[in-house]
Design a protein around this ligand. Structure first.
Ligand SMILES: Cc1cc2nc3c(=O)[nH]c(=O)nc-3n(C[C@H](O)[C@H](O)[C@H](O)COP(=O)(O)OP(=O)(O)OC[C@H]3O[C@@H](n4cnc5c(N)ncnc54)[C@H](O)[C@@H]3O)c2cc1C
Length: 414
């Protein structure tokens, strides 16, 4: 792999940029691999990368039914934070956030990580109490957050209307090193590094069956034929239930469409990420100037990867109260992705009832931020059979009732 650098840009300019090498190879599938990863989203690609880098497992194929990064990884609103309440959550999300700090240098690929700060607005007394509690928990977990008052909120984000008619801003949970990254670049950067290690990324190849002998995985059936393997990692987000069904077990997962939208580009007006959970809306400004706005999830299970007008209307209506300036903005695009929700709104990173099959799913509306940490933990689990970051998120927690109930505890999405 040729390194990207200022010198490389100058060198390639001589040949009018005609000779850049392909970012990742497009091989035909081999007959057998040590590990097959189902799904070339961020989680699948990061897992493959850390399998190679941390555990020297490189005979790996990543099989993708569409194009890499074309699932939720390329559809999200890119918020990165680690201000969770429960210890296992804070551990994996903070691992992830800290990996984001240096991932561009490590991958030699600019993922545009921008630690501009994330604030979660408190707009009710209940939220003030909840966020103060989270700030104390984060202090014990070594996660840098702070509860700030309305004056400081206004200083950090002047376009906020602090004295909203229904829900005035009473304070916020502020994480100064939270932020955003370029979602496609995260997938592309990991893909380039995986390909450089000799791993096969096979796109436009759908997994249609999972082969087992005596309760042990032996391979997968795909639209490009049967491929054998010793270990299979399922990382297909909203389609997790479909693949689990192929392997013969059930998952406590519901798949629903989650939506987002962006406005026309405008001059820089906001250099933090704001989440307003009471009115339900969150917003940041992209480097191009568009306001990136997150909407709601459908209230019924479905597999539709598109937005819907009633969510658009509800989200914009909710946000206008806190950001009156967006009432005059034109919206450019809206879209949806299929998110995989567990009952306790925490992920599953686990062995499964089929020997050799591992699953990583349930990231729901908030798994972009977790990509590096989840990949790290999943690779360790697949290589060694155990991982201190992953073990609390095993499937048996649903049977034992030891939920990691972030939904009740923190009550926030993304
Ligand atoms: C609108 C929206 C906003 C969001 N905002 C945020 C946010 O601000 N911050 C945050 O942290 N998270 C956010 N998320 C959540 C985040 O995007 C996801 O949790 C994360 O991207 C999941 O990554 P993944 O790799 O597991 O899944 P994906 O990126 O969806 O990848 C799974 C891949 O599996 C492939 N696949 C499926 N079935 C098969 C098959 N049979 N064979 C082969 N391949 C298959 C799919 O084509 C897909 O490419 C948001 C999600 C949405 C939809």
């Amino acid at each position: 792999m040729k390194r990207y650098s200022a010198f490389a840009i100058a060198r390639e300019a001589i040949s009018r940029h005609q000779n850049w090498e392909r970012v990742w190879a497009a091989p035909e599938p081999g007959k057998e691999y040590d590990v097959i990863i189902a799904g070339a989203g961020g989680h699948g690609l990061a897992t493959a990368y850390y399998l190679g880098k941390n555990h020297d497992i490189k005979r790996v194929a990543i099989i993708e039914k569409g194009w890499l990064g074309g699932g939720n990884t390329g559809r999200n609103t890119t918020i990165i934070r680690s201000n969770y309440l429960q210890d296992p959550s804070a551990a994996i999300y903070e691992k992830s956030r800290s990996l984001y700090e240096t991932i561009s240098q490590e991958l030699n690929y600019n993922v545009m990580f921008s630690p501009r700060g994330v604030m979660m607005l408190a707009q009710t007394e209940h939220e003030i109490r909840g966020y103060r509690r989270t700030a104390h928990a984060n202090f014990c977990q070594n996660v840098e957050t702070e509860f700030i008052g309305p004056k400081r909120v206004k200083e950090l984000c002047p376009i906020i209307n602090i004295a909203g008619p229904r829900y005035p801003v009473l304070g916020a949970l502020w994480q100064p090193r939270g932020g955003t990254a370029r979602h496609d670049a995260v997938a592309w950067g990991y893909a380039r590094a995986c390909s450089a290690m000799g791993m096969h990324i096979i796109q436009k190849c759908e997994i249609t069956g999972i082969c087992r002998e005596g309760g042990i995985v032996t391979g997968v059936d795909t639209t490009k034929g049967r491929i054998r393997c010793n270990r299979l990692g399922i990382m297909v987000a909203g389609h997790s239930g479909v693949l689990a069904d192929m392997a013969g077990f059930r998952l406590p997962i519901e798949s629903v469409a989650l939506q987002a939208m962006i406005s026309e580009p405008i001059k820089p007006c906001m250099d933090v990420v704001v989440m307003a959970n009471t009115v339900h809306g969150y917003m940041s400004q992209s480097d191009k100037g568009e306001m990136v706005i997150g909407g709601g999830a459908d209230g019924f299970n479905n597999y539709t990867q598109r937005g819907s007008f009633h969510h658009l209307e509800e989200t914009v209506r909710a946000l206008i109260e806190t950001f009156p300036m967006i009432s005059r903005l034109k919206m450019l695009r809206h879209w949806g992705g299929i998110v995989d929700m567990t009952g306790d709104r925490s992920p599953i990173i686990s062995k499964t009832p089929v020997d050799g099959v591992f699953i990583n799913c349930g990231w729901g509306t908030g798994g972009f931020k977790a990509i590096p940490g989840s990949g790290w933990a999943m690779a360790e689990l697949m290589a060694k059979g155990t991982s201190c970051l992953a073990d609390p998120f095993s499937l048996d927690r649903f049977r034992e009732g030891r939920f990691i109930d972030e939904s009740v505890a923190a009550g926030v999405a993304h």
